[in-house]
Write a protein that binds this ligand. Sequence first.
Ligand code: ADP
Ligand code: ZN
Ligand code: ZN
Length: 754
Amino acid sequence: MPDTQFADIILPLALRGRFTYRIPGELVDRVKPGVRVLVQFGGRQFYSGIVCSIHDRSPEIKNIRTITRVLDEIPLINESQLKLWFWISDYYLCGEGEVMKAALPSETSINSYKPRFETFVKLARQFSEKELNEILDNLSKARKQQELLTTYLSLTGYGPKTEISEISKSVLLSESQTSMVILNALIGKGILKSFSLPVSRISEEEVLKEPVKVLSEAQLTAYNSILNQLKEKDVVLLHGVTSSGKTEIYIHLIEEQLKRGRQVLYMLPEIALTTQIILRLKKHFGAMTGVYHSRFNDPEKVEIWKRVADPDPLTGFRLILGVRSSIFLPFSNLGLVIVDEEHDGSYKQHDPAPRYHARDSAIMLASIHKAKTILGSASPSIESFNNTVNGKYGLTELKERFGLIKLPSIVIANTREAYRKKLMVSHFTPELLQAMDEALGKEEQIILFQNRRGFSPYIQCSECGWIPVCIQCAVNLTYHKGINKLVCHYCGYTTGLPSNCGNCHSTGMTTKGFGTEKIEDEIKIVFPAARVARMDQDTTRNKNSFSKIIRAFEEKRIDILIGTQMISKGLDFENLTVVGILNADNLLNYPDFRAHERSFQLMEQVSGRAGRRQKQGKVVIQTADPTHRIIRLMLRHDYGTMFRMQVEERMAFNYPPFSRMVKISLKHKDRSQLNHYSEILGNDLKTIFGKRVLGPESPVISQVQLWYIKNILIKIERERPPAKAKQLIVGALERIEKEKGASSLRIAVDVDPY
Ligand code: ADP
Ligand code: ZN
Ligand code: ZN
């Protein structure tokens, strides 16, 4: 039966492989790659899947099922998107169905998406001045109707010689303080009429257009160097110190691409950052600029999706500012991808699968579109900088700040000594207090950075040392004073504050360490006159909370802003001169081979917020270990030495970028079962990869939400073809999945864990 056709379909399930269905004769014309189809899977479950290919090879199973329905007339997913999905699934060892789930807005919102309509009001026809006066006179007994009509005339600026223009019904009613009854009366008299128009769900702020800024000499040199290198390389790393004007260079690169009619994707690691940059971009590129992040609801996401796919420059988006997941948008004509703050760990998705790195996937996305990629950072990742050393990427450097302002001066404040000499005021060293005092005296602004939210990371019995932990996770509970509760930051479990020790029943429970909430409390006591605000996960739960805080800071309604890593990157405030890093030690002492690199990047980023206009800023780093190598390098903003030191270390211990790592996490609710299966998998992998396998080992957090965890790490040499190694890993995973009783085991694979 050579004329029978089959389709391979991706289903939104965490399963390996595609599923083959027969295409019934009447649907043959409509089943194409990229369309969604409804199919039955398992018992009576129906799913909508994406068709990825069509062929006439009958699979070797009996009772092959048939496609039930075709859901799209035009493919929802274009060919380039499918290519990216396949690459992610291949590279990150996850199912295509898992990629599909991450990539698509929810099913129901695609199906039920309708454009939103709004009712508008306008004059029923053109009236002469005489007619209008008569109408108004006649309405003198109907005061409310007269009021509504005059409001319409003044809001639209209507005169007998001008065009009739419409106004939104809700605006008209609220401005004239009238109601539908009044409006209906005027419509009944043939004076006004109403009609509806499709409107966007995405609120659009009107921004005055400005031409792009003229680049400085240093910027122009960098810009030309980028263009030159792009003739030969697909990726160029722009390594420019903080406030060197990288964003302005991106803007010039974007302008050039848009002129050529190509789309640009501009990626940022953090939603908070989109607030400022979107305004900077809209100033130049107007309504063709869109934003995409997880705070949008599903209908909004569908609208953005449609506008990215829309090739019309008047209604479609040509420039998209987005976070991680924006790589999945339906670009049709991408010319350039910019990955700003490329070193940032937020680009990596941890859970659930696909555990992709959005920077690396963006480079792949660009290459699928035959587009170019610019990576930007003041402190590039060791991986990316190493790729410039080995010639894979181009490199352009900007070593000075725009306007030749000096990089902030760094003051290292020794907390150990200050405690010993009893000079600490709560958690603040004399150096920090002095810098803050001076800044406040000059009405300048301050940022305080602390990488922990909540009031204190744990509480402890002062008699016996007992610490309350989560009932589901091997994690200390964080005290949140605002709600007066203990909270688990891993699973969200919340409980009241115990008045007695759970072990010895003494009443001496004390808070330990400090988070942003405690700093806020104490700053208010130390500087009672200052206006203080906090920006962390707890204060930014609402959709517009980021922009509100950022705007308040821009408008100088806040003197001191306290925050977590959310405030550390990318933000540009003109009056901010002092940055305090309250505890550098908990960054440096994190148990991870990237801890030093990360601490340097984070400190460099947060320092970079200070003194961006007119005058040099000041950064106070509080640490108990002032001779630490990384702290010493921070003094000179010495990225080069940091890079060389890290490279030596990574080479010596065979860490990335000199090896590829694959982490396999096993989870089970029963500890001994977990040990059993992880031994089996560990031994299986060791027979294949030998000493390249580390573990199984319990991670620092060994239990989350009642699931015990063990990790196995595989380090594969760079020179080995990764596909072969990955195939062997998948083989081992398939074997462990077939072990008796293994269905209650959960396995997560993380390629290039971050
Ligand atoms: P970066 O992205 O490297 O941190 P920005 O692009 O944000 O730096 O530039 C820092 C500040 O200098 C911004 O306020 C920006 O508007 C200003 N700036 C940069 N380049 C120019 C320029 N060519 N003309 C005028 N202002 C500039
Ligand atoms: Zn106790
Ligand atoms: Zn928990």
